[in-house]
Design a protein around this ligand. Structure first.
Ligand SMILES: *[C@@H]1O[C@H](CO)[C@@H](O)[C@H](O)[C@H]1NC(C)=O
Length: 354
């Protein structure tokens, strides 16, 4: 073999090796989800809470028209994110007995509607507290090791993209609720700091358990949720500025904590995203640009705003085309909004992990 041939062979091998390395590096084997109803794909179906959505009209635009326990007419953002990463189009709930570790190995959801960073928040609606989501995740790790072996499990745990989305319930279902004791213990700023500390502890523990890629999502403009707008009678049902300010301030604190953690934890690729805030605000300011006709009322009306977290079973007050609505029920976006939010976060932030 001539000198040039050896050189070019070496060159080709190097290029191939680099391509291979780049491929293994860029790969996300699974999306692993923690949080509340913004990302729950059905865990509440199997626990004893009243906060469920496994009945019609939920899931009306889901494949097969199935109510899955997603608080939506269709899919939620992690489903779209999974698809964008070339993984499956829906992420199964860890507690759903229809699925097993062979499904969860490529994506799993531990989220529980109604939960928050604060233990007292999950108590309000008797849902899965965040510490318990982490216990379930540890259980998942054990099952994963038994299923794919220790080496492969370590790789999946390290290379997966972890998505966290919660916080709204801490404020709206807990702190600002008339039943809450938190308001006598904390000013709202102190409560934000308390929650950020809990988020920090949770993420540090997740890192200690092997996670290296994490997307932490902030809260939406809480004052623009139809549930809250409905209470703004004096303000012509406009968004409640006070709650939006709390959202923005809280997101700022989460972002600060995230950049600090990124510096402290070696090899930790963590991003904070205020997508839900930014994209939501854009949509609400300019709904027509996205094809929306209604922003302040939900497609599925509850008829009882004072407790209307979810829409009523077999509600007759449901709109015919959910794609024209930003909100599905008084607390949760429609599938179309969820897709816009997911596209936005993939395009602006998560592409770094691809
Ligand atoms: C939340 O509850 C768990 C389980 O009881 C406990 O281990 C944890 O310390 C609690 N967190 C806080 C901040 O009280």
């Amino acid at each position: 073999m001539g000198y040039m041939n050896v050189l070019s062979l070496f060159f080709i091998q190097t290029v191939l090796l680099l391509v291979l390395v780049a491929e293994t590096k860029a790969k996300v084997p699974a999306i692993i989800v923690f949080g509340d109803s913004s990302v729950d794909t059905g865990n509440n179906n199997v626990i004893s809470t009243l906060l469920k959505s496994n009945f019609k009209p939920y899931g009306r635009d889901f494949e097969g028209g199935l109510p899955t326990g997603r608080f939506c007419n269709g899919r939620v953002p992690p489903d779209f994110i999974s698809e964008a990463f070339g993984l499956k189009p829906t992420i199964p709930a860890y507690l759903d007995p229809q699925y097993s570790i062979s499904d969860f190995a490529t994506g799993v959801c531990f989220a529980s509607a109604g939960t928050g960073y604060d233990n007292a928040t999950s108590d309000v609606l008797n849902v899965i507290p965040l510490w318990k989501e982490l216990e379930n995740y540890k259980d998942y790790q054990n099952k994963l090791r038994a299923y794919v072996g220790h080496r492969k499990a370590r790789e999946i745990i390290r290379e997966s993209l972890y998505v966290m989305s919660l916080g709204t319930n801490d404020f709206l279902e807990n702190y600002y609720s008339f039943r809450s004791t938190r308001r006598s213990q904390f000013t709202v700023r102190q409560y934000q700091d308390f929650l950020v500390g809990l988020a920090r502890d949770f993420i540090t523990e997740l890192y200690r358990l092997g996670a290296r890629k994490l997307s932490l999502n902030g809260v939406p403009p809480m004052g623009c949720l139809p549930l809250e707008r409905a209470t703004n009678i004096m303000g012509q049902y406009e968004c409640l500025q006070e709650y939006n300010d709390v959202s923005m301030e809280f997101n700022g604190k989460l972002e600060g904590m995230a950049s600090q953690l990124k510096r402290e934890l070696p090899g930790f690729k963590m991003v904070f995203t205020s997508t839900t805030y930014d994209a939501f605000s854009q949509i609400i300011r300019n709904p027509a640009e996205y094809g929306f006709e209604a922003t302040s009322v939900a497609c599925c009306a509850t008829g009882m705003y004072e407790m209307g977290y979810a829409c009523a079973q077999n509600s007759l007050l449901t709109c015919s085309d959910a794609d024209k609505y930003v909100f599905w029920d008084s607390f949760h976006p429609t599938q179309k909004t969820n897709q816009i939010l997911a596209d936005y976060v993939v395009k602006h932030v998560l592409y770094k992990f691809m």
